[in-house]
Design a protein around this ligand. Structure first.
Ligand code: IYR
Length: 222
């Protein structure tokens, strides 16, 4: 019986094994230079860089191709100020009351505190939302699947795309983040996932002297 699947030929760039080894090494060398930056310059860059990175993020695989993400790019200084004020209020609660001793100890090497000046300094903030469900063109509500996994993958694509375009990022997670819906006017079916701070690092920016696990610690081959 003929099915009605609408299919097109796959476009796949096969490489020789030698080229695969080189490409994988080159990508590793490039991505390992990405560092989370907390001191941003106020210098800006073309919005098309952000748009291209968002297009790249939107190519991520997602549960049933529901693409359960929404990105709000904030450039407006007044809105950034509101976000900073709301985030710092939550962060003060976190550092002074909510966080356990164990959590504060884990954060100590990063030197973070409740001050988030980068939310006003950095040229673009990207608020990323998870859509637990969506509405189609006729307003019919439908469920999305594997939403955290999907948005996590898309965010990984976004961070990688920005990095290779020369944009530094900070994955900021004020908690709770409900204020993002309010300030950015997003509906209730969207849950804040992450606030991605993007820009150039401040001249002379420093980062914590920390390293990543070895392959033998993160992976096993059977
Ligand atoms: N959201 C707080 C605390 C914080 C938590 C983790 I886990 C980090 O890796 C970094 C910070 C803040 O932004 O300061």
């Amino acid at each position: 019986m003929e099915n009605d699947l609408d299919e097109i030929p796959l476009v796949f760039n096969e490489q020789s094994p030698e080229s695969m080894c080189q490409s994988s090494e080159a990508f590793y060398q490039a991505i390992k230079t990405r560092r989370t930056v907390r001191d941003f310059s106020a210098r800006s860059f073309p919005r098309s860089v952000i748009e291209n990175a968002l297009l790249a993020a939107g190519t991520a695989p997602s549960g049933a191709n529901m693409q359960p993400w929404h990105f709000v790019v904030v450039e407006n200084p007044e809105v950034k100020k509101q976000l900073r004020e709301a985030a710092e209020q939550e962060e003060r609660e976190f550092y002074e009351r909510r966080a356990s001793e164990e959590w504060l100890e884990a954060l100590a090497p990063l030197g973070t505190d409740a001050h988030k000046p980068f939310l006003e300094t950095a040229p673009y903030l990207i608020a990323i939302f998870i859509k637990k469900f969506s509405f189609d063109e006729v307003g019919q509500r439908h469920k999305n699947y594997y939403t955290s996994e999907s948005v996590g993958i898309a965010t990984g694509f976004l961070i990688s795309a920005l990095h290779q375009a020369g944009v530094a990022t900070l994955t900021h997670t004020p908690s709770p983040m409900k204020f993002l819906n309010k300030i950015l006017g997003r509906p209730d079916n969207e849950r804040p996932f992450l606030l991605l701070v993007t820009g150039y690092p401040q001249d002379g920016a420093k980062v914590p002297n920390i390293d990543k696990f070895d392959l033998s610690e993160t992976s096993s081959f059977i």
